[in-house]
Design a protein around this ligand. Structure first.
Ligand SMILES: [Zn+2]
Length: 466
């Protein structure tokens, strides 16, 4: 039914656009006394009966009609206003939904007054010039050995085929690394980072929007994908160990190692997937979400996730269909410790960092998982699914610092995207309370979830072959 909200004076009314009617009908009680014309007309109703009604001139503001119009005033019409086929009436399928016409509800007004909240990435990354890096690279005491290697043109080659050498390119020092064991012998050209900039790099690699507080090994991987300095691994390890968010959300007990790695790999992506639901999460986000549906592909470890306000069968099925529309329909859906592990940890960290709007950061968190190779697979999920590495924040930081990106607009866009987030010191206490509540309330509920099959049978998602 083409029904919309409209305005009659200051009053909000329901408006029906009825193509089976050839005039305008209004509920008599809504018409103010001075609008009545001293006139009556006879209307023929749908059931064939006729009725004599008073006529009034009304001014209506609605998606189907705006302006003054003569209307039949009836005692109990089905809607406050019914707009028939009169001159200037819009078609039922083509309402004018511009804000001046559509009625602004109180909630919408609140939304309009509070503009769309930006992702929290305040504080800017250091805008480092080429000269800054060049100067620091040449004067940093911790890099003296590397400078010597460059001067001597030393090449290092191990018996396992790993090759390392140091070069100067446009006055900047890079480390070139190649190993048959790492991403099929891909050449990594890592910017050598002077001490003053190392914490910026680690911050971006570990706790930025798209870094997702990965464990030490993955954070090291992420740093090394574009950067290098002597002692980088132990620095990153220390950095991760002292991270506040990580400490508060460490996986406890035996869950630490996900058994996903032990399951046989099947080589076709999205044939077998693990599905899990986490929640209810505390607090509910501003959008009303309290669950995360996660899906992890066995072959590539590629994760998908959807925030959900509730977990009725229909809603879960819809979310799954949504995912399947992107990745295809799997042959098997399983509940799996690995998926639980991923989704648990991810949701905990999301909630710890973003108590009121974790759902907005779900995408970046998934990106973090897709970007870094998993334990058992040498390539990142992105590479396994798309066939090439996806440009991530580390690459962008390197390109910003080495001025490979020169367009100021592109620069500022990227800076916005990868900007280091500010520690949410002020919300620490709230976060702590929430986490405690969450750990009390959080329960595994996947067993209750069923996925209806066409023939009406329903099975638990757990170990369902479908
Ligand atoms: Zn962390």
């Amino acid at each position: 039914m083409p029904v919309a909200k409209g305005k009659l004076g200051n009053r909000v009314v329901t408006v029906l656009r009825d193509t089976g009617c050839n005039g305008v009908v209004i509920k008599k009680s809504l018409v103010s006394i001075d609008c009545f014309l001293d006139d009556y007309q006879t209307c023929v109703l749908a059931d064939g009966s006729s009725v004599k009604v008073p006529i009034a001139i009304i001014t209506i503001d609605s998606p189907y009609y705006q302006g003054e119009v003569k209307a039949w005033c009836m005692e109990q019409p089905l809607y406050d206003v019914i707009i028939g086929n009169i001159d200037g009436a819009r078609e039922p399928y083509d309402p004018d939904i511009s804000p001046s016409v559509s009625v602004v509800t109180r909630q919408q007004a609140k939304k309009r007054d509070n503009p769309y909240p930006k992702l929290k990435v305040p504080g800017s990354i250091k805008d480092v010039s080429l000269e800054d890096i060049e100067y620091e690279q040449q004067s940093d005491a911790s890099l003296s050995k590397l400078r010597q290697y460059v001067a001597e043109g030393r090449n290092f080659e191990k018996t396992n085929g790993t090759k390392v050498n140091y070069i100067l390119k446009k006055k900047l020092m890079y480390r070139e690394f190649m190993s048959p064991k790492v991403e099929n012998g891909k050449l990594f050209r890592q910017l050598v980072v002077p001490e003053v900039y190392r914490s910026d790099v680690m911050k971006l690699a570990h706790e930025s929007l798209m870094a997702g507080h990965m464990a030490t090994r993955r954070t090291v991987y992420r740093v090394l994908s574009e950067f290098y300095w002597p002692g980088v691994e132990s620095d990153v390890k220390r950095y991760c160990q002292s991270c506040d968010i990580c400490q508060r959300t460490v996986p406890k007990g035996k869950q630490v190692r996900a058994p996903l790695g032990k399951t046989p790999i099947i080589d076709v992506p999205f044939r077998r997937v693990a599905v899990d639901i986490v929640g209810p999460l505390v607090p509910v986000t501003d959008k009303g979400n309290r669950y995360i549906l996660t899906l992890v592909d066995y072959a590539t470890r590629y994760p998908e996730g959807v925030a959900l306000p509730s977990i009725e069968t229909e809603r879960v099925a819809e979310a799954l269909i949504d995912i399947f529309c992107r990745v295809g329909f799997p042959r098997e859906m399983l509940t799996d410790m690995g998926a639980q592990f991923t989704s648990n940890l991810m949701s905990e960290r999301l909630c710890a960092e973003r108590p009121r709007d974790w759902d907005k950061y779900l995408g970046p968190a998934l990106f973090a998982y897709r970007e870094v190779p998993q334990e058992s697979v040498l390539f990142s999920p992105f590479e396994l699914v798309y066939g090439w590495p996806v440009r991530g924040p580390m690459t962008i930081l390197k390109e910003l610092w080495t001025r490979e990106i020169t367009d100021p607009e592109v620069r500022s866009t990227y800076e916005y995207v990868i900007n280091l987030r500010e520690r949410l010191e002020s919300t620490c206490e709230l976060v702590k309370q929430n986490l405690e509540k969450a750990s009390r309330k959080q329960s595994r509920i996947y067993k209750k979830v069923t996925f209806k099959k066409d023939e009406g049978r329903s099975k638990g998602i757990g170990a369902t072959t479908y």
